[in-house]
Write a protein that binds this ligand. Structure first.
Ligand code: GTP
Ligand code: NA
Ligand code: MG
Length: 281
């Protein structure tokens, strides 16, 4: 099908950066400010992905309505997907603490970004700007040394100044991500058989094996028969990161799925089998 005729899907964003530069704090603040209190519960309190609606003050009519953030990008699923050459991430947020600057893992992310430059957009989040020791200018210059030319230094990579602790600058971050996603014009088939990835999996007492599935194409609904390597499920229950039951997961959404007959592996592809495939098997 003509890609232009496909619907847009939310951008998939990963937060990366050096140890203790504030990735988790940033994600927690983004998440809690977008989640109504008291919704926690259900299958799991903490899944590997969550969705943040773009505030209506920032969203334009035909633009990006929500952003999918992936947590813990260092974990096994990402290594497995990357090793296979799967490009799941549309946008990388490189977090650099303003009191610590460019550090070894910052450089690792920069190397990754340079390799994937054609497929991935980047925004630099200079974080912890609330700290008295914050040295924004020093960070900007240190990034320049690494060939990361920020827009605010006359280059082409957008940067925002944020504090995951106070929430300062986070609307700017969402706004910048929305703009990058609009430029990328990310589209995906939103109906038919599902294609996606398992982000994480575990066995939960009373539910059996569960897995967080990131949907990239198609629509996932209860009753669907999905296959992941040698593992399979008849989808029973689907929940979002707030523990809310979901009846329909579209591209860009991550949902925790129960109904697995055995535990699938993080990082493996998920395919939906049609009824005829199942009858033939
Ligand atoms: P790893 O997952 O271990 O790599 O760390 P991380 O990047 O997720 O950092 P984390 O969010 O755990 O934060 C590390 C420390 O920095 C914690 O003590 C946070 O409270 C603190 N911190 C994070 N963001 C900010 C911020 O914006 N301002 C200030 N002042 N402190 C922050
Ligand atoms: Na930490
Ligand atoms: Mg962390």
């Amino acid at each position: 099908p003509n890609p232009q005729s496909l619907p847009n899907r939310p951008p998939i964003v990963t937060i990366m950066g050096h140890v203790d530069h504030g990735k988790t704090t940033l994600l927690d603040t983004l998440r809690s400010s977008s989640v109504a209190q008291g919704e926690a519960g259900g299958i799991t309190q903490h899944i590997g992905a969550f969705s943040v609606p773009v505030p209506s003050s920032l969203a334009n009519e035909n633009g990006v309505q929500s952003i999918t953030f992936l947590d813990t990008p260092g974990h096994a699923a990402f290594s497995a997907m990357r090793a296979r050459g799967a490009h799941v991430t549309d946008i990388i947020v490189l977090v650099v603490a303003a009191d610590d600057g460019v550090m070894p893992q910052t450089r690792e992310v920069i190397e990754l970004i340079k390799k994937d430059r054609e497929k991935v957009s980047v925004v630099v989040a200079i974080n912890k700007v609330d700290k008295p020791g914050a040295k924004i200018e020093a960070v900007q210059k240190a990034l320049l040394v690494e060939d990361i030319h920020l827009e605010e230094m006359g280059g082409d990579i957008p940067a925002v100044h944020v504090s995951g602790l106070t929430g300062q600058g986070l609307p700017d971050l969402l706004d910048t991500i929305s703009l990058l996603a609009e430029i990328q014009d990310i589209r995906a088939e939103a109906s038919g058989n599902v294609f996606g990835y398992v982000l994480e999996s575990k066995v939960v007492q009373g539910l059996g094996p569960i897995a967080t599935v990131l949907v990239l194409r198609g629509a996932l609904e209860p009753g669907a028969h999905i296959i992941c390597g040698t593992h399979q499920a008849r989808v029973r229950l689907m929940q979002d990161s707030n523990g809310q039951t979901v009846k329909h997961a579209s591209p860009g959404m991550a949902v925790t799925v129960s109904g697995w007959k055995s535990l699938p592996n993080a990082g493996d592809e998920v395919l939906e089998a049609s009824e005829s495939d199942i009858k033939r098997a």
